[in-house]
Design a binder for this molecule. Structure first.
Ligand code: GDP
Length: 315
């Protein structure tokens, strides 16, 4: 099948202010197309009529659906209604409008938390819906599973070329560094940096530090999304990851080394560990001709530099 081409087309990046959406906008700059975006003030993606009106007026050829309500383990656990409702509305409105207004191709972005808590590792795409979810983020996971199914359903019923990508834990420029709602990577970068600046002797890591996680720099994720948009056209969702993981404690040591914080790492056992391991198989995406380019150390150095640049420094 011929690769999908972007040149001279209008490409809607939904969620362009988010970490993933902004990385896709950066990546698409060299593709010779017009990038359409809609700020929160212009378009409420939870409003079905507003999304339909916007699509009718702007008529994108192609949509990257990177808009979502996202957050770390504590935020997911604290705001279950928001994580379920907002994400269901955003994806349903955009996918339905993309169908009604003849979008040629759409890529829906999910997350590795769609998989069962005790899925065999590394997790292959076909592990979806084979067991119970991790309870701390099942709200978000259910919404993202519904998004995959929507893309499949519109392909099956209406012949739409809608595909889905499931990235692993992402980090990089534009990340959320708020300690109550962030994911582990930005939290550790911020904690290690602030401890260094204040001369503190220790930083606190939530939970036991034994859970294993896989990480991907967001620029690699954006590159994978663009690649999939060009070459992939099938109903199976595609994992986007590096295929490698490490423990949270190993990650904490690596972050401390990069930030140059030499103190101790202590644990807050009152905080949840979440799922014990979340490593996705990267076999499918590798077989489609893509692999990550940014190593973990290099990626964290870049994320730390962008944290310093954005000035999110002090307590
Ligand atoms: P998850 O991958 O959905 O579990 O989300 P997170 O990135 O929030 O958490 C990953 C793991 O890192 C969990 O085991 C957390 O308990 C652990 N962790 C350790 N320290 C922190 C921290 O400061 N913030 C967050 N969000 N997680 C932390």
């Amino acid at each position: 099948m011929a690769a999908y081409t972007f040149s001279d087309k209008r490409i809607f990046v939904a969620g362009h202010r988010g970490m993933v959406g902004s990385a896709i906008v950066r990546r698409m700059a060299s593709e010779g197309c017009e990038i359409l975006t809609a700020g929160r003030d212009q378009l409420d993606l939870k409003n079905q009529a507003a999304v339909a009106t916007w699509m009718e007026k702007n008529r994108p050829h192609c949509v990257f659906l990177a808009a979502a309500k996202v957050g770390g383990i504590l935020a997911n656990d604290s705001y279950p209604a928001d994580f379920l409702y907002d994400n269901l509305m955003i994806e349903a409105n955009i996918i339905e409008a993309a169908h009604r207004f003849d979008v040629e191709k759409l890529l829906f972005l999910g997350s590795s938390c769609i998989y069962p808590k005790f899925a065999a590792q590394p997790i292959h795409e076909d592990a979806l819906l084979t067991g119970p979810l991790e309870p701390t983020n099942e709200w978000y996971a259910i919404a993202k599973i519904a998004g995959i199914k929507l893309a499949q359903a519109y392909r099956k019923q209406h012949g739409r070329d809608f595909i889905s990508a499931m990235p692993t834990n992402l980090y990089g420029p534009g990340d959320n560094f708020d300690l109550n709602s962030s994911h582990v990577m930005p939290a550790l970068i911020r904690k290690a940096h602030e401890a260094k600046m204040h001369g503190d002797l220790q930083i606190t890591v939530w939970g036991t530090g034994t859970p294993r996680r896989e990480f991907l720099h967001v620029d690699d994720c954006a590159d994978a999304c663009v690649h999939l948009m060009k070459v992939y056209s099938d109903d199976r969702h595609v994992n986007v990851g590096s295929g490698e993981d490490l423990t949270i404690l190993e990650l904490a040591h690596l972050v401390c080394a990069i930030v140059n914080f030499e103190g101790e790492i202590v644990h807050d056992f009152s905080k949840p560990d979440g799922t014990p391991r979340k490593l996705m198989s990267a076999d499918l995406i590798k077989s489609l001709g893509w692999k990550p380019r940014i190593g973990l150390r290099e990626g964290i150095e870049n994320a730390y530099a962008s944290f310093l640049h954005s000035g999110g420094l002090t307590r």
